[in-house]
Write a protein that binds this ligand. Structure first.
Ligand SMILES: Cc1cc2nc3c(=O)[nH]c(=O)nc-3n(C[C@H](O)[C@H](O)[C@H](O)COP(=O)(O)OP(=O)(O)OC[C@H]3O[C@@H](n4cnc5c(N)ncnc54)[C@H](O)[C@@H]3O)c2cc1C
Length: 299
């Protein structure tokens, strides 16, 4: 017989852990299933997460959240959630270690960045040379020579955003498809469109090098942002009929409930700003709505 719990949380990044914290403090029984690939673990040092004036590494923040959750009991811990199916008025959550029946499910599965093909990419992320989010750390770019790696209007918009920090911003592209208006705006803001040879991007020391289409090295960049989009982790939702937006993110109401009653979502997997403070705010809203809904159901 599968155990019945109040809420299964799928994903143990900032959103999932904060939802667990709230639900445990509401004295709810909780399962956290986590594959362990939080985007937060890639953050060399965040300077925009409130309460840490000297910044905090993503690993440190996750460790602190785990510690805080542990202070309120022992949620059931599992690795990847493999499938979720409705079963009468519950949800059967299958994991490699077995199944549970959950009264509610919260999806906090995040997104996965599409990394540029760059030799030494992981090292470059650790050194803060390859980045993914100008809103997070554009401030720290200062006057460095910056590149946005991407091919579409979204990448061009990020280049324009970054231009308010650095006087030296290039759109580094191997197949740009840009609307005419944006090309004009890039030119007006002195953002160069620079073509590079696919496969030539590499980390050299603390700079990023690329070759032009003829194979000649381009001037080095001090920092580069990958702007090739993200893959929202919604595979489990596909068969549940949950409504996704045009970008593949989960649509939710004001209480973080999806289009299917009983299923909630929070964090990057939900449409909107992909930031830790947004993820934890959404998790707090979802957990509180879940608790209040269960109280109402139980009379
Ligand atoms: C390099 C980098 C720097 C960043 N810097 C900042 C910054 O300075 N400030 C800021 O606010 N934000 C920053 N971000 C963004 C921030 O990391 C995310 O907004 C935040 O991690 C979102 O939290 P989340 O819990 O929604 O998703 P995540 O942290 O990505 O966690 C999702 C978790 O769900 C797991 N999962 C997915 N599918 C399943 C499944 N089927 N079963 C079980 N588990 C599953 C994943 O493995 C992962 O562990 C940065 C991101 C990157 C990549």
């Amino acid at each position: 017989m599968a155990e019945t719990i109040d809420c299964a949380i799928i994903g143990g990044g900032p959103a999932g852990l904060v939802a667990a914290l709230y639900l445990l403090r509401f004295r709810r029984t909780v399962l956290i299933a986590d594959k362990g690939f939080s985007r937060a673990a890639l953050i060399p040092r965040s300077h925009n997460y409130p309460g840490f004036p000297d910044g905090i590494t993503g690993e440190d923040l996750l460790a602190r959240l785990h510690g805080q959750v542990r202070g309120y009991g022992s949620p059931i811990r599992r690795d990847a959630a493999l499938a979720i199916e409705p079963e009468s008025d519950l949800w059967r959550v299958r994991t490699q270690e077995g199944a549970v029946l959950a009264r509610r499910v919260l999806f906090a599965t995040g997104v996965v960045d599409r990394w540029p093909q760059l030799l030494g990419a992981r090292q470059a992320i650790d050194r803060g040379v390859l980045r993914f989010c100008p809103i997070c750390d554009g401030f720290e770019v200062g006057t460095k020579r910056a590149a946005i790696i991407g091919n579409d209007d979204h990448a061009a918009q990020e280049a324009l955003f970054l231009r308010s920090y650095s006087p030296s911003v290039s759109l580094l592209t191997d197949a740009a498809v840009l609307s005419a208006g944006l090309r004009d705006r890039l030119a007006a803001q002195d953002v160069a469109i620079v073509s590079f040879m696919p496969g030539s991007l590499r980390l050299v020391g603390d700079t990023i090098l690329a070759a032009d289409p003829q194979g000649k090295d381009l001037p080095a960049f001090d920092v580069a942002y990958g702007a090739l989009g993200v893959a929202p982790q919604t595979q489990l939702l596909a068969r549940l009929g949950v409504t996704l937006d045009a970008g593949g993110c989960v649509g939710v109401d004001a209480h973080q409930q999806t289009s299917v009653p009983g299923l909630y979502a929070a964090g990057d997997v939900v449409r909107g700003l992909d930031q830790i403070s947004v993820a934890v705010g959404e998790a707090a809203i979802a957990a509180t709505a879940i608790h209040n809904g269960l109280r109402e159901q139980d009379g």
